[in-house]
Design a protein around this ligand. Structure first.
Ligand SMILES: Nc1ncnc2c1ncn2[C@@H]1O[C@H](COP(=O)(O)OP(=O)(O)OP(=O)(O)O)[C@@H](O)[C@H]1O
Ligand SMILES: [Mg+2]
Length: 233
């Protein structure tokens, strides 16, 4: 579904991604972990097209998308749930959901998004600026679903949310995966993500330092070294 081959991405003269190789297969939930500033968002931006690799290739459904503009990647079936949610504050919940809509017979539409998130139906006429963090995250996920993507990039969906809300969010993410979307899930913390991931990558200083399909291979020592002191178990 998605392959990154020796991807290097710079911001100005800063060399951020340093030869990243990564893949997400059809129907997989893949988790990309790493501490602050590791390069996770830069990876997601390179896949979505907001950042352009200086070398390397990104393939989506076996097509080279390395130099395609963002809209074409979206149309090809990649959607982003951005870090910090980026809900439009002056649009209502419903308008936010309709922003990137792409109809697909039998796919996601407003009715199905509201069925998944009844809270959003109750608040459909509220402005984005008027939502709790959890509600904003529901809008960000719902907005991505409305594009009926084959691959969803989720950049730290649990950031800043209370534990109970995170648990609920992850139940929804599990449901979305079961409906057939492939997911690249970026997180700081292993806790929830690791349970549903079929593969995990850990990034440090712009390079993939660890890859496994078996979370048990992730020793305490590796966790400590790559994810930092005081990282939750
Ligand atoms: N627009 C930018 N211009 C210049 N440098 C940037 C830019 N965005 C990020 N960086 C730098 O690139 C590095 C990687 O940042 P990135 O946002 O990809 O990390 P991250 O793993 O997503 O971190 P976090 O967990 O805090 O979200 C950091 O050193 C950061 O300071
Ligand atoms: Mg980030």
């Amino acid at each position: 579904m998605l392959q990154l081959q020796s991807v290097n991405t710079h911001y100005g003269s800063s060399h951020i991604l340093q030869g990243v190789d990564m893949q997400v297969k059809q129907g997989e939930v893949v988790c990309l972990l790493g501490r602050n500033g590791a390069g996770k968002t830069t990876t997601v931006s390179s896949i979505m097209g907001f950042a352009r690799p200086s070398s390397g290739r990104i393939l989506f459904k076996d097509v080279d998308i390395t130099n395609l503009p963002v809209e074409k990647r979206a149309r090809a079936g990649i959607a982003l749930v951005p870090q910090g949610r980026r809900v439009f504050p002056m649009l209502t919940v419903q308008e936010n959901l309709e922003v990137g809509k792409r109809d697909l017979a039998g796919g996601w539409d407003l009715a199905r998004v509201y069925a998944m998130f009844p809270r959003l139906r109750e608040r459909m006429n509220n402005l984005g600026s008027n939502l709790s963090g959890g509600e904003q995250q529901m809008v960000a996920i719902g907005r991505a679903l409305m594009a009926n993507p084959a691959l969803i990039l989720m950049d730290e969906p649990s950031e800043g949310l209370a534990p109970l809300i995170i648990e609920e969010m992850y139940r929804h993410i599990g449901q979305i995966a079961r409906e057939g979307a492939s997911i690249l899930l970026v997180e700081h913390s292993l806790d929830q993500a690791i349970r549903m991931a079929s593969r995990i990558y850990i990034m440090n200083k712009g390079s993939i330092m660890f890859e496994s399909t078996d979370p048990n291979e992730l020793t305490k020592e590796t966790r400590h070294r790559l994810l930092g002191v005081g990282h939750s178990e």
